[in-house]
Design a binder for this molecule. Structure first.
Ligand code: BGP
Length: 474
């Protein structure tokens, strides 16, 4: 039987604010995510914002800035609220135990993100925080013990809150300098120990929500902020290549293939146009220039031009990605008349849903692997895939999660077909998330993904004990 290529990277993925905890330890500054409110409020993901007259309002549906934010309002930090992500599952103090568990599962790669405000607590100070740098040194040393390679996400949907407050995040070009400085510090410190890097997580999500920590309330502002991120990423890639010869850089995209709901030409045409919203991000960063259809995307969002300098265009060329990384959880369908950015999508009658309501589509993974590779002709890396569900643990903390085993096994099979039968060059696969952690979309513990169950709930009740669910074999 033919197997995965030699050197194929197998492992898991996590994000600092969902996993680490220790939000006020080790000199860490406050992060944009630390301002999320707890489940005792009307909706767990509603930001609470304070108006200038002191009244609290909860106008948004998620921590992403989906609606216009009034100038006199901004998320506040509630001292008396319990935020699941502040402690999360305390990787900060459990990293040795967790990495040993990962090694036990045969991982040879672990994707984790560095918390920007652990390194630069305010984002723009002169010197980095040594304690923060040391923490990730310790994590990498622990990985090396087990011959697990680090895959580092430099920025996973976050920024030091001070940068959000001072500069309105990625609205400002100044963020490019802050980000590049942060990158330089990481490359200097970990460059000889880490080959694979990701400049941003799910960067294409900003088209619908705006980047985290940024009040980009309309299309022009979101796409301008995204442009600043493209330039920042390209500068980081160029610098990384100079400082760390042989290093490999990707950016991560949220990929859920958008199928036309029918073969009606109008649905097909709509599918093609809507899909360009994703391609826009991958094309610019993967090919190093704005695609011919960029203007049509901008006009669709109500504006004609962005502030793009000649120098920007040059750096995009010089800082092209080495590989294309993506998350894949589900597919979506779309039909004429749907919005281009339509996360929920139309129902697909051919697919079952996860207990959380996301369509399960393993063949869709093979499909997107092929479409990305065909288009960009650079290696790909699946850096998130997994099944979120509300799991019930028995009195010993053990969870029967056959549905998750079936989900992963089916996705592995399709990934293997893409590699072995279709010839897609794929560097590896990191499952989301090997140890239970706080969900990004709900802000809670109850939506879980792990191979390892963690005894912790949304109110901070639990022992943090880790229990292996079940191993996938065969
Ligand atoms: C991706 C994010 C992750 C992660 C995952 C699962 O969008 O990169 O941070 O959380 O989705 O999503 P959720 O936690 O909302 O189930």
């Amino acid at each position: 039987m033919r197997s995965f290529p030699k050197g194929f990277l197998w492992g898991g993925a996590s994000a600092d604010f969902q996993y680490e905890g220790g939000f006020d330890e080790g000199g860490r500054g406050l992060l944009s995510h630390d301002y999320e409110t707890d489940g005792s409020l009307e909706h767990p993901r509603h930001h609470t914002m304070q108006k200038s007259d002191g009244t609290l309002i909860k106008p948004r549906s998620s921590f992403f800035y989906a609606d216009p934010i009034p100038d006199d309002a901004w998320p506040v930090f509630l001292e008396d609220a319990y935020y699941p992500s502040h402690q999360a599952v305390d990787f900060y103090h459990h990293y040795k135990e967790d990495i040993a568990l990962m090694a036990g599962m045969g991982f040879n790669v672990y994707r984790f993100s560095i918390c920007w405000s652990r390194i630069y607590p305010n984002g723009d100070e002169e010197l980095p925080n040594e304690e923060g740098l040391q923490f990730y040194d310790d994590v990498i040393s622990e990985l090396e013990k087990y011959h697990i390679q680090p895959l580092i996400t430099i920025c996973h949907d976050e920024m030091p809150m001070a940068l959000a407050l001072k500069y309105d995040g990625w609205s400002s070009r100044h963020l490019i300098d802050c980000y590049v400085k942060y990158c330089r510090t990481l490359f200097k410190r970990y460059g000889d120990r880490c080959k694979y890097w990701l400049t941003f997580n799910e960067i294409n999500a900003v088209r619908g929500f705006g980047p985290c920590g940024t009040r980009a309330s309309d299309g022009a502002a979101r796409y301008q902020a995204a442009h600043h991120m493209f330039v920042a990423s390209a500068k980081a890639v160029k610098l990384g290549h100079e400082m760390m010869p042989g290093s490999m850089f990707g950016t991560m995209y949220a990929m859920s293939e958008l199928y036309p709901a029918t073969c009606k030409p109008e649905d097909m045409m709509h599918g093609l146009l809507a899909r360009r919203e994703n391609w826009y991000f991958i094309d610019i960063m993967g090919r190093g220039y704005y695609p011919s259809y960029a203007k049509q995307i901008w006009q669709h969002h109500g504006f004609d031009a962005l502030d793009i300098t000649d120098e920007d265009r040059q750096i995009l060329k010089e800082g092209q990605l080495d590989y294309i990384a993506f998350s894949y959880y589900r597919s979506n369908t779309t039909k004429a008349g749907d919005p281009w950015f339509n996360v929920g999508g139309s129902d697909n009658p051919y697919l079952e849903n996860t207990p959380w309501g996301w369509p399960i589509d393993p063949l869709g993974l093979r499909y997107v692997m092929n479409t990305i590779y065909d288009r960009i002709q650079k290696p790909i890396f699946i850096v998130e895939n997994g099944m979120g569900a509300i799991d019930q643990a028995d009195e010993n903390g053990y969870v029967e999660d056959d549905y998750r085993i079936d989900y992963l096994r089916a996705h592995f099979k399709c990934m293997k077909e893409a590699i072995l039968e279709d010839g897609v060059e794929c560097l590896g696969y990191t499952m989301w998330a090997p140890v239970d952690l706080v969900s990004l979309s709900t802000g809670e513990m109850k939506k879980r993904y792990g191979f390892i169950y963690v005894d912790m709930d949304d109110k901070g009740q639990g022992t943090l004990k880790r229990t292996l669910r079940s191993l996938i074999t065969g």
